[in-house]
Design a binder for this molecule. Structure first.
Ligand SMILES: [Cu+2]
Ligand SMILES: [Zn+2]
Length: 227
């Protein structure tokens, strides 16, 4: 009898352990399914490639690392917009700033900011910039503030500086360049930076990006942060 009870207890323990294992595996799979990386090719109103961007989830939001070339020097409004559509020349289809929390516009606005609000993009005299910004409270995982929500999102550059306070867009003027966020690393395992670009364009951009490898950085960085 004692022996039977022992067997039953053993079987219960085995069942429990099996369930636990199944749960743990399911959790790992769910975490794997979350897109931790994104990229965007940014184009101006004439369709010229002017920027390459990587998106990486970090502790306080989504880090946006970008390289630009061929843009007018000076300060430009720079935001994540609500819809992943960049129809030139005016990019109206990207709609307003990404604003899942229904705040007003502007990093300096007491009733702001939008999740998609970023500091002004500063382009150098040579028309290039290398910038890192964080869209605070944004995520690349599922959820209300996901940049990969049902209608996607887009990174937009404006003609004028953003005053960081005027609702809804900081008086930053016309939209001059736009890039749709895509899931995945900014360049593939074969080293290609931009999935849709010719070898010539990729080579040109490689000279601007140098040895920078956002997905490698992200993989290293990911080990330290809870996704
Ligand atoms: Cu904008
Ligand atoms: Zn805004």
């Amino acid at each position: 009898m004692a022996r039977l009870t022992g067997t039953a207890a053993y079987q219960r323990a085995l069942t429990y352990f099996t369930l636990l294992l199944a749960f743990a595996l399911a959790t790992v799979r769910a975490a794997d399914a979350q897109p931790a990386l994104g990229f965007a090719e940014v184009r101006d109103s004439d369709g010229r490639l002017v920027g390459a961007v990587s998106f990486q989830r970090v502790q306080d939001g989504v880090e946006i690392r970008a390289r630009f070339q061929g843009l007018p020097p000076g300060e430009h409004g720079y935001h994540v917009h609500a819809v992943g559509k960049c129809d030139p020349p005016e990019f109206v289809t990207a709609e307003g700033h990404f604003n899942p929390t229904m705040h007003e516009h502007g990093l300096q606005n007491p009733r702001g900011p939008h999740v998609g609000d970023l500091p002004n993009l500063v382009i150098g005299e040579d028309g290039t910039a290398s910038v890192t910004a964080v869209a605070r409270f944004a995520t690349l995982a599922a959820g209300e503030a996901s940049l990969f929500d049902a209608d996607g999102s887009a990174l937009v550059i404006h003609a004028d500086p953003d005053d960081e306070v005027t609702d809804p867009a900081g008086n930053s003027g016309a939209r001059t360049a736009c890039g749709v966020l895509a899931e995945g690393p900014a360049h593939g395992a074969d080293g290609r930076f931009f999935m849709q670009e010719s070898a010539e364009t990729q080579a040109a951009f490689r000279t601007v990006w140098g040895d920078y490898a956002p997905e490698q950085w992200a993989l290293e960085h990911n080990a330290e942060i809870a996704l």
